[in-house]
Design a protein around this ligand. Structure first.
Ligand code: SF4
Length: 639
């Protein structure tokens, strides 16, 4: 029996911002009987409710686990600093929003990291939950803390704070872990926590950092990472779910009580991407492409809409217009929901896969939601370096289609600080935006159109060909962006129609430190947390100075510093902190692709060309799953 903290929490809520986010009871949420379950998960998205609730990964695992007999899963999100202070004062622990149970009472505490900037929030949640910050200080009474999500592909910076990390798709993995925990508990917890972690490690798909020792060279580079006990694999594999139709989750999407970043229902139409953009960690670590069938998508949309009452459906993936049957999907859904208020959106669309028919289908039944395209690089040359082969011609053709179909606003996303980039590459973004407005005015016959250029600093990520690259320093990034801003402002004819949104280079350096960091960075994260660092993804909370000062203190006895982790280029032989974590990508292939980038050589997409041996399919025993199935979405029968 575990008591709800609600009575104590409720008394605090009148004094905090947006108290509704802590109340729970959302449509499609689940509360199960604690005593009727023998494996209990607390699932966390380490950000505020408004960002965390719509997170698909957490929502999927929540439902997959709760569907199981005898298994219970509840959600918890980061509490804002105002509530944190009150919780500390009144001794209220980190709680789940479903039944307001204390997180510390669960068997497992799974935390999904889309970004490394959530690490300080993990520490805040652990501390509030009464769970020792460092895994080595925990005992049988504490939950097993498991990291997942994209950042878990290099969990080394948080190795001290987690018991385990799971790489890749979580659906099957959480069920395997559940079975292991259940068996261990049923046997009377033999061997204690250590034995449980050992059983998880032996699966080959759960990384237990404490079972590996990291040895360093005198100059600070890693010498090697070795298992420190027998039975632990040298490399830990990622998980890949095959046949998405069998995993049609979420079936009952959660409908938030408070405002969130996405007010729509999302259906993931495929997973993985083999376009091969060299900066894109999401694409590299989720290979190969696995499509959900057109009929499977139709069923999910139908069931999800009736379960939620939403009026917008987002067709989600890394590059939605690349689905082999996207035209039929968009048309079939638009036909089905003709005359209703249900609108469709493609949250991420490649420029070259978008066309006028798709534009028309998307706008047929409702409002035109924003269109965002990501050419990423301003010049043809830099787009070759990053393997994002989108020509300016494609872009102009696409935006003309959008403007003539009635859109008045298009957003273009770019990156600054890409390998080999010069000022000239970035300044060409201004030229591109100008050409977009010009074409848009011609296509729409109106001067009333806008194009917003949004630009962020590039951060090299593990398991990508750019994992060896030096990151551009914050000051250089800012200087380059200032030149671009001036160029846009100076344009008398078109400048006013171009919006310019940019982030300064400082958060990118912290993200870079955490992305490619090793275990020594744990001390920095802890120091930042102890100094009050929280919500580092939020500009109002982020403090660059706090991170730099913490790094200087924490690394003062080490031969490494922030530039060593960020702006330094690595060579081929250097052992990288995540080399023992297997994303399936062949290291040699990644290195060759990095060399191709420097030579400005492009690589095709293996969906439409022969396999180019990135290594994933043979290593993970997976295969590309794409259509077309040739099936069509039939009209829904009205009962
Ligand atoms: S192994 Fe070949 S087919 Fe599979 S994702 Fe890599 S390049 Fe594509």
């Amino acid at each position: 029996m575990v008591n709800s903290v609600w009575p104590r929490l409720e008394a605090l809520l009148p004094s905090v911002r947006k108290p509704i986010q802590y109340v729970g009871g959302e449509l499609n949420s689940t509360v199960k009987d604690w005593d009727a379950c023998d494996v209990r998960w607390a699932l966390m998205y380490p950000d505020a409710y408004e960002v965390g609730l719509p997170n698909q990964g957490t929502m999927i695992l929540y439902e997959v686990l709760n569907e199981r007999e005898g298994v219970l899963a509840e959600r918890t999100y980061s509490v804002w600093p105002d509530l944190e202070a009150l919780m500390r004062e009144h001794d209220v622990p980190q709680f789940t929003v479903d039944a307001h149970r204390p997180v510390g009472a669960f068997d497992l505490f799974g935390v999904s990291f889309s970004t490394e900037l959530g690490y300080t929030n993990l520490l805040a949640a652990l501390d509030l939950a009464g769970i020792p910050l460092e895994a080595k200080d925990r005992d049988e009474s504490h939950p097993v803390v498991i990291a997942g999500g994209h950042a878990a592909f290099n969990p080394e910076p948080i190795a001290d704070f987690i018991d385990a990390a799971v790489l890749g798709d979580g659906e099957q993995a959480v069920l395997t872990i559940t079975d292991i925990v259940r068996a261990w508990k049923a046997e009377g917890r033999p061997g204690g926590r250590d034995e449980l972690l050992m059983r998880l490690a032996r699966t080959g798909g759960v990384y237990i950092p404490r079972f590996y020792d990291v040895e360093y060279l005198p100059d600070g580079r890693i010498k090697r990472v070795v298992p420190n006990r027998t039975g632990v694999p040298w490399r830990v594999s990622k998980h890949t779910v095959m046949d998405l139709d069998e995993w049609a989750y979420p079936k009952q999407p959660l409908v938030p009580l408070a405002e969130t970043v996405h007010e729509r229902m999302s259906v993931e139409i495929f997973r993985g991407c083999t376009r091969g953009c060299r900066f894109c960690q999401a694409g590299m670590i989720t290979r190969p492409v696995r499509e959900r069938s057109i009929t499977g998508i139709g069923e999910m949309v139908e069931r999800g809409l009736s379960a939620t009452g939403y009026e917008e459906v987002g067709l989600l993936s890394l590059s939605s217009a690349d689905h082999s049957e996207i035209a039929d999907i968009a048309k079939g859904l638009a036909d089905r929901y003709e005359g209703t208020n249900t609108s469709l959106s493609l949250p991420s669309t490649r420029v070259d896969a978008f066309n006028i028919d798709l534009a028309n289908e998307l706008s047929r039944n409702g409002r035109r939601s924003g269109l965002t395209f990501a050419p990423e690089g301003g010049s043809e040359r830099i787009r070759k370096v990053i393997n994002k082969m989108v020509s300016e011609e494609d872009l102009i053709r696409t935006v003309s289609a959008a403007y003539s179909a009635g859109w008045r606003q298009v957003k273009l996303y770019f990156m600054c600080g890409l390998p080999t980039e010069t000022d000239e590459d970035v300044l060409q973004i201004a030229e591109m935006a100008r050409n977009v407005i010009k074409a848009g005015r011609e296509a729409s016959g109106s001067r009333d159109i806008r194009c917003t250029v949004s630009i962020g600093g590039f951060v090299p990520k593990p398991h990508t060909p750019f994992q060896w690259a030096g990151q551009l320093g914050a000051e250089e990034t800012d200087a380059r962006l200032a030149k671009l801003r001036d160029a846009i402002r100076a344009d008398r004819d078109y400048g006013r129609a171009i919006g310019f949104r940019y982030h300064d280079g400082k958060p990118g350096i912290v993200e870079g430190l955490l992305s490619r960091g090793d275990r020594r960075i744990g001390k920095v994260i802890r120091a930042v947390y102890e100094d009050g660092g929280r919500f580092d993804g939020w500009s109002e909370f982020f403090s660059y100075e706090r991170w730099m000062q913490a790094a200087e203190r924490a690394l003062k006895d080490e031969p490494v510093d922030v530039p060593w982790y960020t702006t330094r280029e690595r060579d081929q032989v250097e052992v990288l902190p995540w080399d023992h974590l297997d994303s399936g990508l062949d290291r040699e292939w990644l290195w060759e692709d990095w060399q191709d980038a420097l030579r400005e050589v492009e690589v095709d997409d293996c969906r439409w060309t022969p396999c180019f041996d990135c290594g994933v399919c043979p290593q993970m025993q997976t295969e590309i799953q794409i259509g077309p199935t040739g099936k069509k979405l039939l009209p829904l029968t009205v009962v």
